[in-house]
Design a protein around this ligand. Sequence first.
Ligand SMILES: [Cu+2]
Length: 792
Amino acid sequence: MSSDANILTVDPVNGTTTATTNGHNPVKKPLKAGTAHPLDPLSPKEITAVSLALRKYTATETDVKAVKFINTYLLAPAKRDVLAFLGIPIETGKAPEPAPGSLPRRAESEYIDVLKGDAFHAELTLLDGEWKVDHVEKLPEGTQPLITLEELCLSEEMLRKDARVCKLAADVGVTPEQLHADGWAIGMDDRWPLKLRVQQCLLFARYGKDENLYAHPMDFIPVLDSNTFEVLAIDFASHRLDKENPPSTKPPAMGAQLKRERIPPPTMKHEYLPDLLQKDENFPGMRKDLKPLYVVQPEGVSFTMRGRELEWQKWKMHIGFDGREGLVLNTVTYNDNGVVRPIAYKLSVAEMVIPYADPQFPHPRKFAFDVGEYGMGTVANELSLGCDCLGTICYLPGCFVGHNGQPIIIKNAICIHEEDAGLLWKHTDFRPGGRAHSVRARKLIISMIATVANYEYIFYWQFYQDGTFELEIRLSGILNVYVLAEGEESSRYSTQVAPRIDAHFHQHLFSLRVDPMIDGLKNSVMETDVVPSEYPTGSDENYAGNAWTIENKIIKTTSEGERNWNAETDRRWTIVNPNRKHYASGQPVGYRVVTCAFPRVLAREGSWIRNRAPFARSNLWVTRYAPGRDWPAGKYVPQTHVAPEDSLEGWMKGGESIDNEDIILFLTVGTNHIPRPEEWPVMPADMFRITFKPVSFFDRNPSIDVPSTQDEKSRHAFGTANAPVPQTHAVGITPEAEAVVEATGHGAALNGHNGTHTSNGANGLHPNGTNGTNGTTVTNGTNGTNGGSCCH
Ligand SMILES: [Cu+2]
């Protein structure tokens, strides 16, 4: 931990915020204890109380004998009530609606009768300090709420006790203790009635403590009942050594056995933990040439927290959390010189699906919905100070319900901190004597990391001083792999990343739900194509042929609300408020979606994946907001065969107006992942961003008022302004090598140290010469930023 660490923490039970220096001495009392925001997630105490109320209800009103709780979460008050309660106007410039005296505190819960397998949904209200059950609904047969982390973990334990599984493992030299299972949703498999709650278990062997078990994939995949943990089937993928008789990709009938040889797991180790790596005699050792790099904020952070409400650089928002979506942002507003301007009511990753490409049974069952099947919040990491985020950190807790009804608390589920973000803007007047001015950017990052079995998803919501905000998603962790037999080659659908370790191609398709309120609730979406002029070269309208322009189109109804990106026309979408126009551009105020991360599902029409995840077929969906329109693939996702009517496709029907209405957007973003050997045994993070940029929203550059301050801690790397050193240092040349360079004179000749290099010329006319930053006497021009402030 840095000695300068100044830590803000939130009491995971009461939600109060405290600040400490060095993690020990309180320097500030809670900003406001137990600050009540109507979208605050259920506290651990509330989750306990809800469970208790439901236990009482089932004991007295029903014949259910034993339940396991699956998910308990806030049932949010109506949108307009929340805005009125918070004093946020539903139209910029107008007074907020009259605040309700109080808002009901309500909760939803799903639980399962473990004896009969029935699933229930309940709604409760807090009345006079006590949770009352409003109603309980038995869900239609076959409806399965989230698969829980506990169910996934229990699968491993139960498989080790199954004689058939142990025998199959022993046949390839794996003991029960070495057997490890990653529980997955079943995806699709018609061999069992939907009422059974089923999971498939991808198996791996682990031969030593903490070692990388994914290096030892096993060849069989048991299917389990998640309530009774009975092993229902054991599936094998065929292997392709017999090229004359390639196996069918059709799933086998129940009980059918494939004619195939067993494949023992590869035993070669592929470690990533340093202590285990060091045991490998071929490992050259950890790098030793990295010097410390600290992120230090000696005066503390520039943001304030009031409960879970954050304010930073004119931005204000509420940071929510639930077991299903994990990190969510609510009621995002921007204070534009005293005018509170609503931007978004809610921002969240509402769904995602990871379809794998290999058609050979049982691999097509791999298309996990990591939000709707597992819950991104339930697998959120306990973040570690000085490791996951650097600098001065505020953590927020997350909480969800366990099978027993008790809360499971992640103390540091969400990290909030600031980072330098490079240059915000700069201009140099290139004329002799002209001034240079540079302003550095700061970003505020609100992050969460979720581990879904082998993968890590790292979510960064980032806010900037120029009114931009974005979601950056990083993908790390370990590739999902299957075993190859000796001599078996990868198929067309995978990469052999290490001997006999086959990583299937797959997609990561996220559904980003945006509930906008750009200067108010009434918004539209404008589609813009960038196109060449329709007038030919040589024509009166376009003689030189240079003309190009934009074509704007407002998406009017849900019939045209399903849109796709077009790289050729550099298509972009802007969420606009048609009721407010920019004073100069005449365009409606808006926020534009900027990203190239627009893959679409590659599975064919009629595929299992497309039927269950229609959202993945298109990049943008715009529909009307209505309470409950939260889950693009449906509220209950596990074991669906098609997305239910109450999901995104259903909400697009009827041709409702989405122009100047309260709308929501679902953006399908992500990556096509073709595994590389360099992503083995652990993936360097892949990354993409979805950026929301103000367009005609602010009168001018809203960051014009960001001060330019010279960082007092910045230093010359290898000398001082008065004692310049050869730039050979800057490229990491060792002193010994440098001596050689100087002796030959090449260093001086190459880098202009002698003042003769033209690009660093002393006449001050070359742009590089006019604004040098290294403070040396010769290599700078006449008006550089050297040695002074960033502003001259
Ligand atoms: Cu991937």
